[in-house]
Ligand binder design. Sequence first.
Ligand SMILES: [Ca+2]
Ligand SMILES: [Ca+2]
Length: 149
Amino acid sequence: MESYQSRYRDLWTKGDYDNDRENDSAYVTIGHLQKDSGKVFIRFNHLIPSIELPDEFNRVAHLENVNDIDNDGGCEIYLVAIRERSCSATGFLYTMKNRQWKIVREVEQDGCCGFTAMDYVTLLGKNRFKISYREAGNEFSKYYVGTFN
Ligand SMILES: [Ca+2]
Ligand SMILES: [Ca+2]
């Protein structure tokens, strides 16, 4: 039987997100309880807090461990979330500081171009990173280069 990990490999990733030298798992869930119905979460094991996406997003197309950009021992995480009934999406680069997730960068992009299991974020050296994305109506990839602070 196909494992959850291989079937949803774009929506499941491993890494040490809280810098305790143990690998953690991250995966996407949709809330079903009344208070969080339809909300999208990135959940973790090992008591790591969840990431809760804003209400306008109803699914995640891609989830990626991007390794440790700022060299503090914890891996950063990147996800692309798609807006309900729309072809617009936002990529979010998150880092954990003091056990709280913080957004490092948001990148607006095309949500209908199709996403693959490739890496969308590349490290360019300490504190520097590159995010690949597609704009609506543009078939070529674009790059955003950023610094971590
Ligand atoms: Ca860990
Ligand atoms: Ca880090």
